[in-house]
Design a protein around this ligand. Sequence first.
Ligand code: ADP
Ligand code: MG
Length: 578
Amino acid sequence: LRAAAMAETVTGAQLIARALVDQKVEYMFGIVGIPIIEVAVAAQVAGIKYVGMRNEQAACYAASAIGYLTGRPGACLVVSGPGLINALSGMANANENCWPVLVIGGSSDRNQETLGAFQEFPQVEACRLYSKFSARPSSLEAIPCVIEKAVRSSLYGRPGAAYVDIPGDFVNAEVKSSQVRYSGCCLPPPISLADPTMVSQATSILMSARRPLIIVGKGAAYSRAEHSIRKLVEQTGLPFLPTPMGKGVVPDNHPLCVSAARSSALRNADVIVLLGARLNWMLHFGQPPRYQQDVKIIQVDICAEELGNSVKPAACLLGDVDAVTKQILEHLERFSWKFPSGSDWWGSLRGKIKANVESSKALASQTSLPMSYYTVFRHIKELLPKDCIIVSEGANTMDIGRTVLQNYHPRHRLDAGTFGTMGVGLGFAIAAALVAQEQNPQQRVVAVEGDSAFGFSGMEAETLCRYNLPVLIIVVNNNGIYNGLNESSWKEMMMLGEPAKVAPPVCLTPNAHYEQVMAAFGGKGHFVQTPEELREALKAGLAEEKVPTLINVMIDPQSDRKQQDFPWLTRSNMGRGQ
Ligand code: ADP
Ligand code: MG
């Protein structure tokens, strides 16, 4: 029998599928076409869940979300040239977010290269800028080892994107199984610990802090550090602040969470423990006026090159967030140290939290129509189940939504992320719904989208319907990007001339019926204008078990964020949005 098996031949497509199974890749998202149709079929035969998407961007976003949610990369399968180029958006987004993803691209037959082959493009070279690893196997026999290396590269160290190029003539070519070097699954990522002298330096800095703060980033969420970080927070009594996707590592409603005093906490802290977050634009570079000039940063990161970016750290802890947090805890145990809850620092943070919570309450209780962002989010917040996964994108929709909607569990928020990518929402929601279906079928996935953001990948509504994924999409519709016009102002504007000459570039069609997009494919659609309609639609959508729902919520096109202490990170600096 064994001899017979060794004499057997396998195709390139089968080798790819088997290699993916060996590397424990469970999901594949893609769009088939020449030359990779057989790869998708072989993957399905091998037991990989294949999801056919409508645009390679969304396919790659979905595959990367699988990587973040499960710790094992999803695969994204694309055709040559334009297909691969669409997927670059997803690779860039994954790489910037430090999420593992594996892209497999078909490419031209080798004997046609440089001759102007169908969809010919220098794919391996193109992917280098968007990934940690980009290569083409030199032969069919080499496929398993290259896929092993790609998956390993995506997971080890700072996670990111990997690319494997498959020439069209590899797909149906055959090779004797006995000639193939099967590599077996790569080992789990090695866990690295910080230098013990740095750990003790960090703890002594921390224990002498007067206004300490812990910042929890999505690196901590990826590292599954929720138990150790919660223990650190509770044992030390330190205030903590999550970044957008660090939300839920420790629940947002934890008494030590100071999100509601974010600006003030950042501006006044004298020591910051930075757990798996970068001092990039999202954290205002760690620089004045948003921070103290001489703030001491205790930086914990798995990527050595990250240490010292923007601010010279007071202590560098190179290693896995979870493991290093345990080291810090162990070291602190000798001192049984706790930051006093009666300190001035806690007093000022609590005062700020109270004032901010009250002003938000006032905004949320407005009853005027059309509704404002704050009114809409208040009702959404009241009705969402605590364990739902929240996907969110848009400018105001995402920014305001993040401050109102709470996360109680780690890795339960997926948004535009480090790269600020609009169009990720539906791909992320599809990935999250597939994982939920497998691990917790009761769990709901809710995508809170701006109307512009929804437009980037809106056709994935068809994908949701085809796979019976009961995702709830809420489009917070203000007729435009940042701010649109209401119907009558739009009509007045049109009297002045052709839309291309007079319509403000931020405008989209007033009262666009996005819910009909979902209804077109068999999903449920609701058009809502009042809080009562919104609540009814939310209840109905959350009760659906097989069918996706889209609730199109009309809000005041001029609704805006409340006044900020530092308004510079709003429209002028934010690129496209909502
Ligand atoms: P956020 O957007 O939440 O601020 P970033 O994506 O900017 O987070 O930063 C996440 C950081 O976490 C990156 O610098 C990355 O290198 C780091 N990281 C990722 N995984 C781990 C891990 N297992 N342990 C430690 N750091 C990690
Ligand atoms: Mg909008």
